[in-house]
Design a protein around this ligand. Structure first.
Ligand code: NAD
Length: 386
């Protein structure tokens, strides 16, 4: 078995990396970017700053600012209309995972005619316009993944799309852009990164390279996430969380996500729970259920995060892992679905649909313990009860 590793061609990481956009476009011989972001980022003034830098260097450029959270196929269509009005040779994403995924979808759909749903997994999208990603959350790692998650406006399904066309050609990873993230966003996006790393490590598709990257990310996240939430200006914590987010993305994109993400996407799509939060709602219970499929791997995670001692047996380490994840979620005020405001009746009514969508995503098949439909339904019930 050989591991198949895909990465951006250029990764610039560190304070001020986002200011390197003109230099990176030059290096890639790209002349006319379409900038993609959401209205909130526009309000922060960062798009204006980028555009000024581009204009000073003589680049022709324009903007699409219609990104919505949990991006929809309708928003992608609106962005495509803007793209097709010009002669753009690349797409620049500035923002969180929603902006990056919208930019990726616009880039790969530029020369395609079918609706987005036609290209969801198990199909693959392997070409498109080049994307340069500038993340502003430390979470999704989308800047370094060959994935985009787009909600189908008609069916409300949160579709996973995969392929080399969705891998940014370059990523400018600048932790200074995350200093403005409020407490809740820092916690949710950081927990998303933790899930990426944990799931990549226990996945049936894990490999030697993703293992090292995933463990490093888990160590950093459990060390720094509480500080990043409590002290938004703490540069050391922000820098560590940003690197870990990119590492989490690299790890899961070259291994896979598993049952947590498979069950999380339907919760996000149906109930508009922020992505990292819906993962976090599932994190401890799904981990506890899955441990028997890979007890040594889960114990490694517990030790990497400092939740267990090196000398602990795997059984003890795994008990500490579940307790440690519950404590982390409690410290980070992760609500249950009911506490979040989801209606109990609606939750019950949607169990079949959520289970079907989780299975259709393919992610549960990569879990170390593969669930049946009935077991996924039971897990949704269990998560409701906590
Ligand atoms: P997001 O992009 O939806 O942003 C959430 C909110 O935070 C937005 O209002 C945004 O404007 C704001 N925001 C962004 N950066 C900020 C900053 N620095 N300061 C203050 N506010 C800021 O959130 P996200 O969690 O980054 O992305 C979630 C999306 O990413 C989901 O749709 C999820 O499915 C997807 N995702 C994609 C991948 C992938 O590999 N493609 C992986 C995981 C998740």
């Amino acid at each position: 078995m050989t591991a198949n590793i895909n990465l951006p061609r250029i990764l610039r990481i560190g304070a001020g990396a986002s200011r390197l956009l003109p230099e990176v476009l030059d290096k890639l011989n790209l002349k006319q970017p379409l900038l993609v972001t959401d209205a909130f980022i526009v309000g922060l003034g960062w798009l204006d700053t980028l555009e000024t830098q581009l204009s000073e260097k003589g680049f022709s450029h324009s903007r699409f600012t219609g990104v919505v959270p949990d991006p929809t196929s309708a928003a992608v269509t609106a962005g495509l209309a803007v793209l097709r009005q010009g002669e753009y040779d690349c797409v620049v994403a500035l923002g969180g995972g929603s902006s990056i995924d919208t930019a990726k979808a616009i880039a790969v759909m530029a020369h395609r005619d079918q609706p987005m749903r036609h290209y969801k997994v198990p199909n693959s999208i392997d070409d498109g316009l080049p994307v340069i990603a500038i993340p502003t959350t430390a979470g999704t790692g989308s800047e370094a993944t060959r994935a985009a998650v787009i909600t189908d406006t008609d069916s409300q399904e949160k579709m996973l799309c995969m392929g080399l066309g969705l891998m940014p050609i370059a990523a400018l990873v600048d932790f200074e852009l995350t200093l403005s993230m409020p407490w809740r966003l820092t916690a949710d996006t950081g927990l998303d990164s933790l899930c990426h790393a944990l799931e990549a490590y226990v996945s049936k598709k894990a490999n030697a390279l993703t293992d090292t990257i995933a463990l490093a990310a888990m160590t950093a996240i459990n060390t720094h996430i509480r500080t990043a939430c409590q002290q938004p200006d703490n540069r050391e914590a922000r820098e560590a969380m940003m690197l870990a987010a990119t590492q989490g993305g690299i790890a899961f994109s070259n291994s896979s996500v598993t049952l947590i993400h498979g069950m999380s996407r339907p919760i996000g799509a149906l109930y508009h729970v922020p992505h990292g939060l819906s993962n976090a709602m599932l994190l401890a219970d799904v981990t506890a259920w899955s441990i028997s499929g890979a007890p040594t791997r889960y114990a490694d995670c517990a030790r990497a995060m400092g939740m267990a001692e090196l000398r602990d047996s795997d059984t003890t380490a795994n008990q500490k892992l579940v307790a440690g994840l519950r404590l982390l979620c409690s410290d980070l005020k992760v609500p249950s679905p009911g506490e979040f405001g989801i209606d109990a009746h609606a939750w019950q009514q949607s169990l079949e649909l959520m289970t079907q969508q989780a299975l259709d995503s393919g992610s549960p098949n990569n879990n170390p313990r593969i669930p049946s439909a009935a077991e996924i339904k039971d897990l949704y019930q269990k998560v409701w009860g906590n």
